[in-house]
Design a binder for this molecule. Structure first.
Ligand code: GDP
Length: 193
């Protein structure tokens, strides 16, 4: 791979309800850090990151766009979706409402984005949940999980979405979410889809 800065540039969009952690996932991906109290007025809108897919021997430049506050107005324009190869559809595992609302975000994506776009459903904030026995009292600082892994996985399967649970706070599965989607996109490119 000597001399090659990257083989592909892929545009990703990050969508979902306000406060599910979209900006935090982007900051974690590009900057390896987490802000407990991010200033909403400084919402990150764009970040770029080089990732390597070793089995494909490919370096991919991800250009990621966050909705940065526009979610409350539902005024995301077509240009936001244009040219996107991948989408992270994010909900918060401790907010049932954000999972239910993911349906309408997916509808938006289907309406405006390329039909071949790869979409990964991301259940964020797994660090908050006590995954002990059903009905167990959450430990201090934790919230009850409101969306089970099984339920989200099933819905993702029905909709043809990839799926992962992640945490922008701990960093678990953040790069993996982008890598999984990127592998799927490279696979589509190879198959000429
Ligand atoms: P956005 O509106 O979807 O971009 O959400 P933000 O990234 O601004 O995050 C909203 C709030 O959730 C902030 O207080 C973040 O610090 C917090 N947050 C984001 N991701 C996580 C996470 O993985 N775990 C925890 N515990 N908090 C998170």
């Amino acid at each position: 791979m000597a001399g090659v800065a990257w083989h592909y540039v892929l545009k990703f969009i990050i969508t979902g309800d306000a406060s599910v952690g979209k900006s935090s996932l982007l900051v974690r991906l590009t900057d390896q850090r987490f802000l407990a109290n991010p200033d909403p007025t400084l919402g990150v809108e764009f970040g770029s990151k080089l990732i390597t897919i070793p089995e494909e021997n490919k370096v991919v430049k991800l250009q990621c766009w966050d909705t940065a506050g526009t979610e409350s107005f539902r005024s995301i324009t077509r240009s936001y979706y244009r040219g996107a190869a991948g989408c992270l559809l994010v909900y918060d595992v401790s907010s049932r409402q954000s999972f239910l609302n993911a349906r309408s975000w997916l509808q938006d994506v289907r309406e405006h984005a390329d039909p071949h776009l790869t979409c990964i459903l991301v259940g964020n904030k797994v660090d908050l949940c006590n995954d002990g026995p059903e009905g167990a009292t959450p430990a201090q600082g934790q919230r009850a999980r409101q969306v089970s892994t099984d339920e989200a996985e099933l819905w993702a399967k029905e909709e043809g979405l990839l799926f992962v649970e992640a945490s922008a706070k701990s960093g678990v599965n953040v790069e993996a979410a982008f890598e999984t989607a990127t592998r799927d996109i490279l696979d589509k490119i190879r198959r000429g889809v």
